[in-house]
Write a protein of this length. Structure first.
Lengths: 281, 293
């Protein structure tokens, strides 16, 4: 093969591979956009003002809403953040500092194993830990289950992002006579904050759509819950209930609720990004 | 190396610091640490800090093999030597940053105003012995102003008049006029040379007594280097400065005293003009004339 024909051959290969990459990228986008399109197309019809303000109604009765499920999901996600983020971030800090020790390795390995545990298992775990003992489905239990699911993601993201912060910054702070703990929190974690926040948002987005663990923990409620220690409705469980029912109007409610859930997660995500960008500049 | 001679500068006690009667004395290896300690007593300046038989290692690898040297108050001491000779490790021992790295250990003594630094709290020591690093490392999440105040704030100290303090520190490093209109911009928006001066200002804001500089100009262009060198001249009126440099011209320009390190040992320490014009040791001469290193 002379140099000229080799050149054209190389160009051709380059073009083919580039084409394949583009195709793969488009293929990856197909499910995302078809889900978004389908949920919007089927769900938009069921959206009305009452949908956000009213409680669910019995079959056949019109103007029902999912207001309690929306606030319920927000409550559960809020509790999950409360229970999950502080220990997750601190465990990540620990791993970034002492990850090479024996205990560090055990903690990291456990986190990796935990992130592979099916969420339904975690639901049963919290069920036997909390629900059986208190004899009560509750928002606390649901939040705890979601927190347990978040924990490994938050831990590992925090660790990885702290490792990306240049060592020079730690030395700069220590060189100024700043104590070790303060250096880690105020310099290292502060510098890694945008990335850590993004990791947390991804974890939140994941748990906001979890259904299985909630079936055993927060269960469901057709009314406003009287407190955090009572069964609490949530969008995923509501969608599940409506979707498996044989009624046509519940099906359309399920689509609308799915649309609300997607919009909610997207809003949370964008809001967190904007917030982080504004605070850390 | 077959022998480990220690060399100390000595002059007549009553002589002026820059007297012409200073001469060098080659001393055979000392029998013990104690004797060594007595030998490195400074003769014509008071030593702000002094190392006595300082050894430092990373794991099993010994980097410093017994360094004894005085660092004179309100003077600039330059540490020169080829890569890997232990220069950086040496100054990192002086504010106990060496031991921050896992596996790093040190033995021997370092005195600050006569007190052993290894018996001091490292955090307090580092407030008295500040450090400027090779690469400018302003805190990326902080503004120029907050970078200057960082050391005080992160130490939880109340700053009575932060604006005055910021202006004073930035004026000291001749950065004030360049940044006064954008004091709230990110520290990263500055050029490399400005960033390094910001880092020096950050160190000065802590009002240290000694400033350690680890090749502060190696990431800077010649103009920025000249400014930092000018600054060092200014700073030595108030501070004791130790500067590690790869650049022998720089040592000749800024330092009052120069120490030549080779393979973890102090080969020679004397006034800069002596080191560069009539070094006592062949290896020093070989190094500064470019025969190796």
């Amino acid at each position: 093969m002379n140099i000229r024909s080799h050149f054209t051959y190389r160009k051709a290969v380059d073009r083919i591979v580039r084409g394949l990459c583009l195709l793969a990228a488009l293929l990856a986008l197909v499910p995302l956009f078809s889900v978004l399109y389908y949920v919007t197309a089927r769900g938009l019809g069921g959206i009305s003002f009452e949908f956000f303000t009213e409680l669910p109604t019995p079959v056949g009765e019109e103007h029902g809403g999912v207001a309690n499920a929306i606030t319920g999901t927000l409550t559960l996600v809020g509790l999950a953040c409360l229970f999950g983020i502080p220990p997750g971030v601190l465990a990540g800090v620990y791993l970034s500092q002492f990850g090479h020790t024996r205990l560090g390795k055990i903690v990291r390995f456990s986190a990796d194993v935990m992130s592979g545990v099916p969420s339904v298992t975690i639901g049963i775990f919290v069920y036997s830990l909390l629900v059986v003992r208190t004899k009560q489905f509750s928002a606390y239990a649901g939040g705890l289950a979601l927190a347990v699911i978040m924990l490994p993601t938050v831990t590992r993201t925090t660790e990885e992002l702290l490792k990306l912060v240049p060592e020079a910054l730690r030395e700069a702070a220590l060189g100024l006579g700043v104590p070790q703990w303060r250096t880690t929190l105020s310099v290292m974690l502060r510098t890694a904050a945008p990335g850590v926040a993004t990791g947390i948002m991804l974890a939140v987005a994941r748990v906001a759509g979890e259904t299985a663990p909630l079936l055993f923990t927060s269960f469901s409620n057709r009314f406003w819950p009287g407190g955090l220690d009572e069964p609490t409705a949530s969008l995923p469980v509501q969608i599940y209930t409506y979707a498996v029912s044989p009624y046509e109007d519940w099906h359309s409610q399920a689509w609308a609720a799915a649309l609300v859930l997607v919009a909610l997660v997207l809003t949370l995500n964008v809001a967190a990004r904007v917030l982080v960008r504004h605070r850390v500049r | 190396m077959s022998t480990t001679n220690s060399v100390v500068a000595s002059g007549s006690v009553s002589g002026a610091p820059w007297g012409s009667d200073a001469h060098l004395q080659v001393v055979p290896p000392p029998p013990s640490l104690g004797a060594l300690g007595a030998m490195v007593e400074p003769l014509h300046e008071s030593a702000k800090m002094s190392a006595v038989g300082l050894r430092a290692s990373f794991g099993a690898r010994e980097i410093l093999k017994g360094i004894s040297i005085p660092l004179y108050e309100k003077h600039v001491t330059a540490i020169i030597g080829p890569s890997g000779c232990g220069k950086s490790t040496f100054i990192r021992c002086l504010n106990r940053m060496h031991e921050v790295v896992s596996g790093a250990t040190s033995v021997g003594q370092v005195h600050l105003d006569g007190q052993d630094i290894f018996s001091m709290d490292p955090v307090r020591l580092r407030r008295r012995v500040g450090m400027v690093f090779q690469k400018p490392n302003p805190f990326p999440t902080m503004s120029i102003r907050d970078n200057v105040l960082a050391g005080l704030r992160l130490n939880g100290l109340k700053v009575a008049e932060p604006d005055a303090l910021v202006e004073r520190a930035l004026r000291q490093v001749a950065l004030w006029d360049e940044v006064k209109d954008g004091i709230h911009r990110s520290g990263l928006s500055l050029s490399g040379g400005q960033q390094q001066r910001l880092c020096i200002a950050r160190t000065l804001a802590m009002e240290p007594e000694v400033i350690l500089m680890d090749e502060p100009c190696s990431a800077l262009d010649p103009i920025a280097t000249a400014r930092v060198e000018e600054l060092i001249h200014e700073l030595k009126k108030d501070y004791t400065i130790v500067i590690v440099t790869h650049n022998m011209q720089q040592a000749a320009r800024v330092a009052d005293y120069t120490a030549f390190f080779y393979m973890g040992e102090l080969i020679e320490h004397d006034r800069t003009d002596v080191i560069f014009t009539r070094p006592a040791q062949q290896r020093t001469e070989d190094y500064i004339t470019g025969r190796f290193g």
